[in-house]
Write a protein that binds this ligand. Structure first.
Ligand SMILES: NC(=O)c1ccc[n+]([C@@H]2O[C@H](COP(=O)([O-])OP(=O)(O)OC[C@H]3O[C@@H](n4cnc5c(N)ncnc54)[C@H](OP(=O)(O)O)[C@@H]3O)[C@@H](O)[C@H]2O)c1
Length: 350
């Protein structure tokens, strides 16, 4: 029997548009292989929220944004603050793909808390609520017998969080290094070719890979956010994001890139974590050998190299030149969420 999962989309930009397009393509497969149908009962964009208990059509929402429309123009618009959505519609699952807003009291975090308090499950592409309130959100989810999943927040389609949380069981030591931000990796590669930073950022914005605010990519903040989520997920890290030493790529000069090149090396924005008495976490431009694993992560690639006592060294990387991999990662979490909650609670009430 097909379970109907009432779903709210927060944000209708690159990631959730990509999600809707995959849902259009794979609706039948999702029904036959997973017995699921996602009914979009609520949507939010920068203009506000709209609800429809029967469900908005996937195409209807894709067309709305293709035609540069806003949610406040459609039937079902509710002129209330969007953090109230959990009081305006019955739902099972919320997908947060809104822009990163790291202001501590931003309404997006309250929206998530309200949704968790109603027992909704949450799938994140947006890192901000987790960076601001990781412990609170996990606690709330537990209290309300629901779950949060966020594999799309770190390296898009590359299942970094899943592998670290699920597969590296029983390790007692670990160190890691990674390239977690494709936009800055692409910008550095363009600089190697003699290109210009502003033009490279514009190209990343054009294809939808850059953050709404691309200074997050260039300053190292996005990479630090991802490192923080990794550490919170599997290392019982009780530090704060400000404990991560952070330097962006703004000051990387063509001369420094040339010098690295002469030494058969490259400059990459590298996140690293190792434990010596306490955790040492950093994000900074780093000279690395061209023929090393991270040195081989070019342009739109992101990668992670972990060294552990039990599993020795594991490396993985992906190529993600548009947000489709992230949209697919959101959908993978939506499906996983339904099977995880299906076992422990009544996720699907419709
Ligand atoms: N793009 C990627 O490759 C990628 C990869 C991994 C993670 N992410 C994360 O996914 C999230 C979404 O990225 P994106 O590329 O889809 O962004 P985007 O294209 O800029 O879309 C953002 C969407 O959020 C809406 N929005 C703006 N302010 C809002 C608010 N206060 N509350 C709710 N919605 C609001 C926008 O409304 P309008 O339509 O009215 O402008 C738009 O629909 C970000 O947090 C990003 O860090 C993105």
């Amino acid at each position: 029997m097909i379970k109907k999962v009432r779903t709210v989309l927060v944000g209708l930009g690159n990631v959730n548009q990509g999600l809707l397009k995959i849902l259009i393509d794979k609706e039948k497969e999702i029904a036959t292989k997973h017995d699921l149908q996602f009914i979009i009962v609520g949507v939010i964009d920068s203009s506000g929220m709209a609800v429809n208990e029967k469900g908005f059509g996937y195409e209807e929402l894709v067309n709305l944004k293709f035609n540069k429309g806003k949610v406040n123009e459609i039937t079902g618009f509710i002129p209330k603050p969007t953090e109230e959505i959990a009081h305006c519609v019955e739902a099972d699952l919320l997908i947060d793909a809104s822009p990163v807003n790291l202001t501590p009291k931003n309404p997006g975090t309250q929206l998530i808390k309200n949704a968790l308090a109603k027992g909704w499950a949450i799938v994140f592409a947006n890192k901000a609520p987790l960076v601001l309130a990781f412990n609170d959100l996990c606690k709330l989810a537990k209290e309300h017998k629901t779950k949060i999943l966020y594999s799309a927040t770190v390296c898009g389609g590359l299942p970094v969080i899943n592998v670290l949380k699920r597969d590296l069981k029983l390790i007692s030591s670990i160190s890691l290094q990674g390239i977690f931000n494709a936009t800055s990796n692409f910008v550095l590669e363009e600089l190697e070719k003699g290109g210009n930073m502003d033009e490279a950022i514009r190209e990343a914005q054009r294809i939808g890979a850059a953050e709404s605010d691309p200074t997050l990519d260039i300053s190292g903040q996005d990479t630090a956010n991802k490192l923080y989520l990794i550490m919170k997920s599997f290392a019982d890290f009780d530090g704060l994001i400000k404990d991560i030493e952070m330097e962006g790529i703004e000051k990387v000069t063509p001369e420094a890139i040339k010098e690295a090149e002469q030494n058969n090396s490259k400059i990459k924005l590298v996140a690293s974590a190792y434990h010596k008495g306490s955790w040492h976490l950093s994000v900074k431009p780093t000279v690395i050998a061209k023929d090393s694993f991270l040195g081989s992560c070019n342009g739109w690639e992101m990668g992670l190299e972990v060294k552990t006592d039990l599993y020795e060294s594991i490396s993985m990387k992906n190529y993600e030149a548009d947000p489709k991999g992230t949209s697919a990662a959101v959908l993978r979490d939506m499906i996983d969420m339904c099977s995880q909650l299906g076992k422990q609670a009544t996720l699907v009430k419709a």
